[in-house]
Structures are given as structure tokens and as C-alpha cells.
Design a binder for this molecule. Structure first.
Ligand SMILES: Nc1ncnc2c1ncn2[C@@H]1O[C@H](COP(=O)(O)OP(=O)(O)OP(=O)(O)O)[C@@H](O)[C@H]1O
Ligand SMILES: [Mg+2]
Length: 306
């Protein structure tokens, strides 16, 4: 299964959530791959705790080099071996492979002729389908070149196998509007998708939203807030639920909700057992939500129209 991770805005939690999603799947024994196609800012290595890949790879064999035709076989990084975090270096028994295909440091968004690039996208997606049980492709935010390339490479007649789309957004009015626009608006997923050969209804069935950094107005850790603040929060939350339904971002279309987590607020990383049970910095509800998302993304029932 290939899962494309998209968002209209930047800073939605797309990468942090997606990296943790593949990590949770790897812990369950699945072989997972992470393709960093956020070409303008390929920083997924930092989230996996590989310091040398903080801003992409310096090997000259990253995803940029691959798409530019400079290398035939792009670099794959074994996270269990390469991570600088102790809690990742001790690969849990029974876990699957976890590999990152990083972008190249110092490169940006690129546009070269569509033909060869789409062919390379096809080749690597087919390769990933064979290598991994789950591949997440982190796409540049917005109506990017990467998004168009991914849609083109996965149109039905190309037979790259099963693919799904996650649209990440934060729980604010602006983010709801933006996420709706990315799916339903001009040059959005459905518009571009149908232009390149997708069936609109089929594509829509393979798109779900993920809400990130969600605050539960009834959570016990909000007890420090004033009553006026709590009631304001509840009102805003109700308004957001209403708006989400109007914009076709309601429960029927949501695959997961990730609570706001203190660790993520200050650091982009995988939440390991050492964060949960060692220093007790991460919240269990967050890890549970990430785990549930990693199950839901592969669970056909979770994708059934409700
Ligand atoms: N559930 C959460 N709780 C608190 N903070 C979060 C949560 N999810 C993400 N964040 C934080 O929000 C910031 C943006 O997240 P991230 O980098 O994953 O977003 P992105 O959509 O990939 O952004 P970009 O478009 O820049 O690639 C990060 O500092 C991250 O740690
Ligand atoms: Mg990102």
C-alpha cells in the first residue's frame, strides 16, 4: 500500500504524524518505507533521529538526484541502524524493516520535463510496493509539483497498485478551509486527479483527513484554564465541528485525530517507549492515536463509507 501524505498548508503535522505512523506499523512487524518528496524541505531524517540527514542527504543519491536522472538507484537508509537515538538503535524483536529514502540537501523544488519524471515516479512506486507492506510518501505542501506527479503516476492505467491519500490539517477555521480547498477546489486533488485520468468518485473514496494537534476541551490537563477560557474553547470546538461537516471534513471523512502532544510541541521526533515509559514525556493518548492511525490506514473497513 502506498499512502500519500499531503496538506494544503505547511506546518500541519504531516511529517511528524506520518513518520510516527510508519514507525508504529514497523513495530507491528510490517516492512515500511518513507519517501521524502517534500522536495523544497526534505527534513524527514531529523524526525527519525538521523542527525546526518537533518536537511536531507549529502550522498548525492537522494530523491532529487534520482528524479533528475543522476542515479538509477536512490539511497535507502535503514533507520534502525542509522538513527542517533538509542531507543531506535535497539530494534525491537519482531519489528519490520524501516527505511527512509531521503531527499538531497541543498536542492529545491524542481521542474523538468514531465515525461521522464513521471516514469521515474512510476518505477520507484512500483519498487516500493514490492519492498514494503506500507510506503508513506511525504509530499510538499499545497498544490505542488510533487502532488501532480504523484497523481499522474497513480492514474488507473499505470497499475502501480493500491494507493491512498491522507490530507493533514490542524483544528482551526483556516485549516479547515484550506484542507477542503486542497481536495475539492480548483487545481486540488480531485480537479487535478480527474484531469490526469482518475475517476473522481474512486479517487474521493481513497482520500481521508487527519486532524492534528487536537485539544479536547474536556481533557483533565486543561483544568488549569479559567472557566471563561474553557467555555470559549468549547464554543470554538462546536463551531469547528459544524464547519467541518459543512466542508465535507466531518467524521465520515476522518481517518484519525492526533491529540496535541507536549513532546511534538517542542520537538519533531518518533515517540518511542522511552518517551512514554522512560522519561514519561509523551502522552499515551498520542501514541495510541498514532497506533490506531497506522492500523486504520491499512484497514479496508476504516475506508468504507460510513
Ligand atoms: N499532535 C501534535 N501536537 C503538538 N505539536 C505537533 C503535533 N503534530 C505536529 N506538531 C508540531 O507542529 C510542527 C509542524 O509539524 P510538521 O513539521 O510535522 O508539519 P508539516 O506539515 O510536515 O510541515 P512542513 O510543511 O513544514 O513540512 C512541528 O513542530 C511538530 O512537532
Ligand atoms: Mg513536513
Amino acid at each position: 500500500m502506498i499512502v500519500f501524505a499531503t496538506s494544503d498548508k505547511g506546518g500541519t503535522g504531516r511529517s511528524v504524524t506520518s513518520c510516527n505512523l510508519v514507525y508504529q506499523a514497523a513495530l507491528r512487524g510490517l516492512n515500511v518505507g518513507y519517501l521524502d518528496w517534500d522536495f523544497g524541505s526534505p527534513t524527514a531524517g531529523a524526525i527519525f533521529g538521523v542527525d546526518s540527514l537533518n536537511r536531507g542527504t549529502r550522498s548525492g543519491r537522494g530523491q532529487h538526484a534520482y528524479f533528475l536522472g543522476q542515479v538509477l538507484e536512490p539511497e535507502t537508509v535503514d533507520i534502525w541502524a542509522a538513527s542517533d537515538r538509542n531507543s531506535l538503535r535497539h530494534r525491537p524483536p519482531g519489528s519490520g524493516r524501516m527505511e527512509l529514502l531521503p531527499g538531497d540537501e541543498g536542492q529545491g523544488e524542481f521542474r523538468v520535463g514531465e515525461g521522464p519524471i513521471v516514469q521515474r515516479a512510476l518505477d520507484i512506486l512500483r519498487w516500493a510496493q514490492n519492498e514494503y507492506d506500507l510506503t508513506v510518501v511525504d509530499l510538499s505542501a499545497g498544490r505542488s509539483y510533487a502532488l501532480r506527479m504523484a497523481l499522474t503516476a497513480t492514474r488507473p492505467d499505470e497499475n502501480v497498485g493500491r494507493s491512498r491519500w491522507l490530507v493533514f490539517h490542524r483544528w482551526t477555521m483556516q485549516h479547515l478551509t484550506a484542507a477542503h480547498g486542497l481536495v475539492h477546489g480548483a487545481q486540488g486533488l480531485l480537479d487535478t486527479g480527474t484531469k490526469v485520468g482518475h475517476d473522481r468518485e474512486d479517487l474521493l473514496d481513497r482520500i481521508r483527513f487527519v486532524r492534528t494537534a487536537i485539544i479536547d476541551p474536556n481533557a483533565p490537563d486543561l483544568r488549569g484554564l479559567r472557566t471563561s477560557q474553557l467555555s470559549w474553547l468549547s464554543e470554538r470546538n462546536a463551531e469547528l465541528h459544524l464547519r467541518a461537516r459543512e466542508l465535507e471534513l466531518g467524521a465520515r471523512w476522518v481517518l484519525g485525530s492526533i491529540p496535541v502532544d507536549p513532546v511534538f510541541q517542542w520537538h519533531e521526533q518518533l515517540l518511542t517507549s522511552s518517551d512514554l515509559y522512560g522519561r514519561e514525556t509523551a502522552n499515551k493518548v498520542t501514541v495510541d492515536a498514532l497506533h490506531d492511525l497506522s492500523l486504520a490506514v491499512l484497514d479496508d473497513d476504516a475506508w468504507e463509507p460510513r
